[in-house]
Design a protein around this ligand. Sequence first.
Ligand code: SAM
Length: 302
Amino acid sequence: MDIHFHDYLEAKFALDERSLNPDVKTEFARWVSGQPRVTCLDLGTGTGASVRRLLNLVTEADLHITAVDRDPTLLGIAQERMADLLRHRGFDVSAEPTGIRARQSSHEISIDFVCSDLQHFAPNQAPASFDAVITHAVMDLLPLRTMAERIARWLRPKGLFYSTINYDGETALFPVYRDEDFESRILALYDTSMEERRVWDENSGGARSGRRLHRILGETGFEPIAYGSSDWNITPLRRTYYRDRDAVCLTALLNMIRDEAIQSGQFPKEALDQWHRERSERLETRELGLIIHQIDVLAEKV
Ligand SMILES: C[S@@+](CC[C@H](N)C(=O)[O-])C[C@H]1O[C@@H](n2cnc3c(N)ncnc32)[C@H](O)[C@@H]1O
């Protein structure tokens, strides 16, 4: 079964919620709750998961978010969802040329949606003026040092960079496949293809974006405040059910792994089809599990 990318992004919202590192999130939440007004950049917004998360965290402060993504369809969905959410919470929401404005008595929230590749993105705000920058499941796709340097320029002194769900080089399927070596090679190829990805003539964060980001932040004007794992445990319970919409995530991830292997041309098609069929059957019988290692980092601009 094919899963549209926007469905996959929506399906993983609850999985991400349970996976976020609690200590790193608490530090960010504590900082946010002490601010009277927060201006925030969300890079690689997709359908708006991080914006929604921020709206859940910031309940008192006025909030101005700039949400950036290069995909207009995803941003359109994000804008619609955010407007619905704020209306549902009793805000008076109006559409503006740049995004949405929401007001509830003296509490004001504005979200600007910017459709741009991050390579060419420049915020419509003075340098060193953002309170926070957030990225979620994005840094593996971007050149880390270039992005860290830019984010350091956009943030005000003592502003925070909260970067979550950064892939960190370990994907394991359960139970072990009958041809363990075959599956190990497919998964290794998935990582290798991330490692070989070039963006803007540079290496992307790649398969170890979590630990690399942690190192690079220390070299680009940030002081790490907290970091920790945010692994996805997409595992069945009692061999009876998957939590939330994990079965959709698992289906989408199996497809991505298979498609990457097909594209490489390194595996016989019949063996890949057989692997995908057997893994999908294990999913149907609530036996298949997938654990993916990821890192969250919270760092302060020095
Ligand atoms: C894995 S998705 C994560 C989306 C969202 N943060 C979430 O977790 O639901 C990565 C997002 O980054 C966006 N993206 C990737 N590279 C980008 C670039 N160079 N410029 C702008 N957006 C980019 C994609 O369009 C996609 O929406």
